[in-house]
Design a protein around this ligand. Structure first.
Ligand code: GLP
Length: 243
């Protein structure tokens, strides 16, 4: 199916500029509404973005005191204290350095006796918060958003997913070995992501060139999860030279 995309494409001169542009969008949103519900992402791509947010907070330009956040995903079976967990990543890159209230920070729990129930509860909490006002996204080389791997139906909320082998390979740099990379994750679903009011997608590495080209092609298919974003009315893609 071909659709007319609503995307706003912004080409940044380099990685730092991409991070700054994205941070400015989030800072402006927080200035407009201090109670913004933030949707946050992990990975190598948004590290510069978080640096910019922390710098803006330290310069007194923005406060997170009234904001709420929901992260996209977490590995199943990885303790929040583990340095490879997304809980740890978020503390390290953002939460330890800004005035977010701990009670307002939410990440899906990767260690739970009943993961399905935890997923349903996470989904309900997002709804209860009035849905996400602004969602940050990266993209996997295979087009995954959050951990929604190719083939994930677009109409599913937060759920447990088996990670694609290519995703485990791509993320093994964050673990001691491939055997240590979890096989499953808990992730917001594509339905959850599409319920966000505004979406900002960052693309910045050579390994994402194919994904970038597929997104540009505007073909919407479950084989390429990020293509679901063409069904959303307010997506900004900020990208930089992928060579
Ligand atoms: C990870 C995360 C995604 C992230 C993507 C790209 O597996 N679950 O949320 O956007 O893969 O990561 P990176 O920015 O490190 O390339």
């Amino acid at each position: 199916m071909n659709v007319v995309t609503n995307f706003k494409w912004i080409e940044a001169a380099n990685y730092d500029e991409m991070s700054k542009i994205a941070a400015t969008i989030f800072i402006d949103q927080l200035k407009k509404n201090s109670e913004t519900v933030l949707g946050l992402a992990t990975g190598g791509t948004p590290e510069g973005f978080y640096k910019e947010l922390v710098a803006a907070y330290k310069a007194g330009e923005v406060s997170f005191a009234q904001a709420k956040s929901f992260n996209l995903d977490e590995y199943v079976g990885i303790d929040p204290a583990n340095e490879s967990s997304y809980h740890y990543y978020m503390d390290h890159h953002l939460f330890n350095h800004v005035d977010m209230k701990r009670d307002n920070i939410n990440l899906p729990a990767g260690i739970q006796s009943n993961l399905e129930k935890a997923a349903a509860e996470y989904e309900a909490m997002i709804k209860e918060a009035g849905n996400i006002d602004i969602q940050l996204l990266g993209i996997g080389g295979n087009g995954h958003i959050g951990f929604n791997e190719p083939g994930t139906p677009f109409d599913v909320g937060t759920h447990i997913i088996e990670l694609a082998q290519s995703t485990r390979e791509a993320n093994k740099v964050y673990f001691d070995s491939i055997e240590d990379v979890p096989t499953h994750a808990i992730t917001m679903g594509i339905k959850t992501i599409l319920s966000s009011k505004k979406i900002v997608l960052l693309i910045a590495s050579a390994s994402k060139q194919e994904a970038f080209d597929r997104l540009r092609s505007r073909i919407v298919t479950e084989d390429f999860p990020a293509s679901a974003l063409h069904n959303h009315p307010d997506v900004t893609v900020i990208y930089t030279d992928m060579k």
